[in-house]
Design a protein around this ligand. Structure first.
Ligand SMILES: [Zn+2]
Length: 477
């Protein structure tokens, strides 16, 4: 449909897009300069960031609401009206908080200065996820401007061309699970998130493989199950070693749990790999066909030869339920044999794996050590899935193709968790990771998340804004 009919973005002239890009950059840099670090110490910067967005939206005639479920932990929401004939709203969904950053870690630019250099905006949050906040905010701004240009009040009147409402929610506390952010909104103000579909972080970003440009659209994400394993040994004198030294047993617990589990190809990952395979030349296609197949050695060799180490780790994680032992505590003094130890493990589950399944897997791997362990379940969230078909997914794929004729959009799963845990699990809103960016072929996007020298390309943003605008205007129009 997109190829034949003119895109909504085509109705906006070049000068207006250039001005919108400049506005987006100014806003993004102001937002990066607010150090909305999570955990906040003290709370406040997330609300400062929400207030910045509030000022920007009010200047366009909108009436956003800043909501502090927890003092100093601001969320911001706003709603644009359609004429009501198009069905349930679309939610533009993002988060305000960032993980910590220190210049001493080797940053070449101050992480909160938002420098523009070498074609990038630099700073903590540039990709996770203030660039996407800026894209979503600017789409709302452009829609409000469209209403005002027609002599309407964008806070009340339907926006010309919109049949569905467009909702916008930008939350605190995503990086720590959303208790003060998306989860709080889902539990106390569900009307701010309830929609036909939501666009959230991390998908719709180009990845080049063998000269082809793929755009994985995130339709699923893994769940997590966190366990604290208490290892019970016997206290004693270090001069006379014992086999049931809890530190020794804990090290064996870690060794057994850290072994990669059996691969299981979920429908989304099968679709993802098939989509890549069918677009690569024969040698590459043959390698992709081996990934997740019956022969684990061929699968691993294929992953190594196709992917750099970062993407290889992501693919391995997406093929199995994973266990990462991340905390070990044992011992009080060098000459006292510890009788207790604890091991905390981060398990990430594929769609189809339940909490009980994961616990069984842990017990099975512990084997004869299980009888010396007590397993405490400390945190949990199920995997999330949205359909890789239907009107919203097709609109996302079509708009990417319309703006990049060489694009190959594909559904994919994320190994990590996002605010989709709130929108999708608590409210049943199909939530997609979609923040359209067309990157330079050598850009190492995945490494930028929580990384040193986090940055986003200016041209990637310039490309992404009309794509997101067309998604919203088409799905809601
Ligand atoms: Zn994020």
């Amino acid at each position: 449909m997109a190829a034949q009919s003119p895109l909504p973005s085509a109705a906006i002239d070049r000068a207006t897009w250039d001005a919108a890009h400049d506005d987006l950059l100014t806003f993004l840099r102001d937002l990066i300069r607010i150090p909305s670090i999570n955990p906040p110490d003290p709370p406040g910067p997330e609300t400062d960031a929400a207030r910045l967005i509030e000022r920007v939206l009010r200047a366009e005639g909108l009436e956003p609401e800043v909501i502090e479920g927890v003092p100093g932990r601001g969320n911001i929401v706003v709603r644009l009206r359609g004429d009501g004939t198009g069905g349930d709203p679309l939610l533009l969904f993002s988060h305000l908080d960032v993980v910590p950053a220190n210049v001493a870690d080797g940053w070449t630019h101050d992480p909160f200065a938002a420098d523009v250099a070498d074609g990038y905006v630099w700073g903590r949050g540039a990709v996770d996820m203030k660039a996407a906040v800026a894209l979503e905010t600017m789409v709302v701004v452009l829609l409000a401007r469209r209403a005002r240009a027609a002599g309407l009040d964008p806070s009340r009147d339907p926006i010309p061309g919109l049949r569905r409402d467009v909702m916008y929610a930008c939350t605190a506390d995503e990086e720590a699970g959303g208790k003060a952010g998306a989860r709080w909104l889902a539990e106390h103000r569900p009307e701010t998130l309830r929609a036909a579909g939501a666009l959230n972080e991390a998908g719709g970003v180009s990845v080049e493989l063998a000269g082809r440009r793929f755009y994985p659209i995130q339709v699923a994400e893994k769940g997590y199950e966190v366990f604290r394993i208490h290892v019970h040994g016997t206290w004693g004198h270090g001069s006379m070693p014992r086999d049931d030294n809890a530190a020794v047993m804990a090290s064996e617990v870690v060794r057994r749990l850290a072994v990669p589990g059996e691969p299981r190809l979920t429908p989304v990952m099968r679709q993802f790999l098939d989509g890549i395979r069918s677009n690569l030349p024969p040698e590459g296609a043959e390698l992709v066909a081996a990934i997740g197949g019956d022969d684990p050695r061929r699968s691993e060799a294929a992953i190594r030869s196709l992917c750099d180490p970062m993407y290889a780790r992501a693919i391995r994680a997406l093929l199995r339920d994973s266990i990462s032992p991340d905390v070990i505590h044992a011992g009080i003094k060098y000459n006292i044999i510890p009788g207790d130890a604890t091991v905390e493990i981060d398990c990430r589950t594929l769609p189809g794996t339940t909490s009980d399944d994961m616990r069984e897997e842990v017990v099975a791997r512990l084997g004869d050590l299980a009888e010396h362990c007590t397993i405490e379940h400390t945190n949990s969230a199920p995997p999330v899935e949205a359909p890789a078909s239907g009107e919203l997914y097709e609109t996302l794929a079509d708009m990417i193709r319309a703006h990049d004729p060489e694009a190959i959009p594909l559904p994919v799963m994320a190994p990590f968790a996002t605010d989709a845990k709130a929108s999708s699990v608590l409210l049943g809103v199909p939530t997609y990771g979609f923040t359209p960016l067309r990157l330079a072929p050598d850009e190492r996007f995945l490494e930028r998340f929580h990384g040193v020298d986090e940055r986003v390309g200016l041209e990637a943003l310039r490309w992404g804004l009309p794509v997101l605008y067309d998604v919203v205007a088409t799905f809601c129009g």
